[in-house]
Ligand binder design. Structure first.
Ligand SMILES: [Cu+2]
Length: 156
């Protein structure tokens, strides 16, 4: 009987320790939003800032949304005077750092969107990582900004 009691206490202590060490709690996402789509489009871009307050390096491996069955990490780069974008396999968020997904740089590319996106709506999204668990966050739908440069329409 005494042994059983010790076992229960040890088990409880261990559970608390595991919960406190949950690395997903060390990730936070702020300023998340996706853009509305021009008529006839089925893909859009998403942006956010992710901060790693933990001690582990967190590699973003996957993004999910009920709006899209295919989401890729993309980045924009100037190549020979042209803005081009290409997929990035994974994005690393080092301990203590914030990685910003913003227009003209890193972004999420959401494909095959059936639903109409209305500015002011919001949608639940998840980011998965290699060793820091996954994190859910709310992304606001924001209207397209009118751009004076035609290059922004060329690659999406
Ligand atoms: Cu893209």
């Amino acid at each position: 009987m005494k042994n059983l009691l010790i076992f229960v206490v040890l088990f409880a202590v261990q559970s608390v320790t595991l919960a406190a060490a949950d690395p997903a709690a060390d990730l936070s996402v702020t300023n998340a939003y996706i853009r509305t789509m021009p008529p006839g489009q089925t893909k859009t871009a998403g942006f956010f800032a992710v901060t790693n307050n933990g001690a582990l390096s967190c590699q973003l491996t996957d993004a999910k949304s009920s709006l899209s069955d295919r989401i890729e990490f993309h980045e924009h780069q100037y190549m020979q005077g042209m803005m081009k974008m290409r997929p990035v396999a994974a994005v690393i968020v080092p301990p203590g750092e914030t990685i910003v997904f913003a227009p003209g740089g890193l972004h999420l590319m959401l494909f095959n969107i059936d639903a109409a996106l209305k500015a002011g709506d919001s949608t639940q999204m998840q980011l998965a990582t290699d060793q820091c668990g996954s994190i859910s966050f709310n992304a606001e739908v924001r209207g397209l900004v009118k751009k004076s440069k035609p290059m922004d329409e060329m690659h999406h």
